[in-house]
Ligand binder design. Structure first.
Ligand code: 4AD
Length: 476
């Protein structure tokens, strides 16, 4: 007997004997079970011989119940599917109370499903999103593996808080009520588990740089943590970041890498997850129909993904972007919340979205930002006021990638750290890289959930990670 999953069975020729286990989506006319095992968006229809099946068993075939079915795979007698299973034996593995089961066969709001996140992957939308998330993860590893990168596991607990990418979560085993104190009355972290103050990492970049400077091409793909109180549809307190880091690569190479990488992973899912993408595409088209014309998407999801894969990202310097924004209609008509007046202003998401969605209408790479709005480790340009930074902005998402060429000159780096009061003692190992065989090197960070949002068309980041962690929320 072959044990094939539903995805395989649906593509199979008739088979005399099959066994399948899954969860009942619907049971109609005491005869037709729509069964799903998570392997595909599609259910397999299982036809029950109700005349020869116990009434007590029929009653237990309810939405959500787990069942085991043995039968014959035959050409379907009805419309809507090529094959179906003629049920010979049916066993209820786990009952589901139809009165209380939250995932009824009807439309549920995403808010409701977030509260039932442990069961939401039993819906078409969330199973499609999470299969795509899984497939995208694989595509990420495949891309780097195919291109000679080493996968590096950077530490999750870190003793350095110098990265400056965001507020951190402290990791401590000290007694919260009665911590040991130093003579001057501060908490004595020498008594803490690691003998120092430690936090959850905001980024694996600094450690990745150390391995790039020996293994050449490395990447990390792991969880990162930021304790910012930003309750938006694009921010999580725990998110996954992909960070490649490459020796002897400059900013132009970094932009090429990021663009090629993003096109490659999007292409991968366009090819391998057709059903799920098509389902999400249609979901959005239906949603669009309920909106006024002006709010509808110009491109469908599939058109948008193809557009990104087929067109060059527009590369624009920060200085050019500021000129465009300063002269833009929303700036002149004072429609932006933050008006752009001078060179040096930090760009807000309203500005990023204007550039991407209204002005260029394609993904944009902004580069050469003012030094004082970017991190200490970015390579200072010859003008002495801009750094070799780049951000990639995507339509509907805003910033999806942040990266830079790193400062490889010991003296310049030390000067910068001194100005920002970053301890040389703490980052002695980072400075060593600039003492022993320093070289041009670059890398970037891609927020994985923002990529999943873009690919699935989901508009809230809480809906593209299994169990979102956000301010005031760590359920499940
Ligand atoms: O721009 P960020 O802060 O860059 C860094 O952390 C660098 N160390 C990366 C590097 O050069 N290796 O973050 C990178 C990306 C952002 O562009 C965004 O996509 C995502 O991480 N990101 C978040 N995603 C979800 N929730 C948050 N709170 C995020 N903060 C950043």
């Amino acid at each position: 007997m072959k044990t094939l999953n539903i995805s395989q069975l649906l593509k199979s020729q008739p088979l005399e004997h099959v066994e399948i286990k899954g969860w009942v989506r619907t049971f109609r006319a005491n005869r037709f079970i729509a069964l799903n095992d998570g392997s595909s968006l599609h259910n397999i229809q299982c036809v029950v011989d109700f005349e020869n099946t116990d009434e007590s068993i029929l009653k237990r075939i309810t939405t959500g119940a787990a069942v085991s079915i043995t039968g014959e795979l035959i050409e379907s007698q009805g419309k809507g599917q090529n094959v179906e299973i003629n049920v010979k034996k049916l066993e209820i593995l786990g009952d589901s109370d139809p009165e209380t089961y939250p995932i009824q066969p009807k439309k549920h709001s995403f808010e409701f499903l977030r509260e039932n996140a442990h069961l939401r992957t039993r819906t078409n939308t969330f199973s499609a999103v999470m299969r795509l998330r899984s497939s995208l993860s694989f595509a990420v590893h495949k891309y780097f593996n195919d291109n000679g990168f080493n996968y590096m596991h950077t530490p999750i607990i870190t003793g350095s808080d110098a990265e400056g990418a965001g507020e951190m979560f402290r990791v401590s085993t000290l007694d919260q009520k009665n911590p040991p104190l130093t003579e001057s009355g501060e908490v004595d972290h020498s008594k803490n588990f690691f003998g120092k103050d430690t936090n959850l990492t905001v980024s694996g970049q600094l450690e990745a740089e150390t391995y790039a400077m020996s293994l050449g091409k490395v990447y990390t793909f792991g969880p990162t943590f930021r304790a910012e109180n930003s309750n938006t549809s694009r921010h999580l307190s725990e998110f996954w970041m992909i960070e490649p880091e490459v020796a002897f690569m400059d900013l132009a190479g970094n932009m090429d890498l990021a663009e090629d990488f993003m096109k490659s992973v999007i292409n991968y899912v366009l090819e391998h997850n057709k059903d799920d993408i098509e389902f999400l595409n249609n979901r959005l088209l239906d949603e669009d129909k309920t909106k006024p014309q002006a709010e509808r998407n110009e491109l469908s999801l599939i058109e948008k993904l193809n557009f990104v894969v087929e067109n060059n990202f527009k590369r624009v310097s920060y200085t050019e972007a500021i000129d465009i924004l300063r002269n833009s209609k929303p700036n002149k008509k004072k429609k932006f919340n933050y008006l752009i007046e001078e060179w040096g202003a930090d760009l807000q998401s309203e500005h990023e979205r204007f550039l991407v969605e209204k002005h260029f209408k394609c993904p944009v790479i902004l580069f050469d930002y003012p030094a004082n709005i970017k991190a200490f480790y970015m390579r200072l340009n010859e003008d002495g006021k801009t750094v070799r930074a780049m951000d990639i902005l995507f339509p509907g998402i805003g910033e999806i990638v942040g990266g830079s060429q790193r400062e490889e000159r010991l003296d310049v780096l030390k000067e910068k750290m001194a100005v920002l009061d970053i301890s040389e003692e703490e980052l002695w190992w980072y400075l060593d890289l600039r003492k022993y065989g320093t070289a041009v090197h670059s890398g970037f960070g891609l927020g994985f959930e923002r990529l999943v949002m873009f690919v699935t068309g989901m508009t809230n980041i809480r809906d593209v990670i299994p169990y979102p962690r956000t301010p005031q929320n760590a359920e499940f």
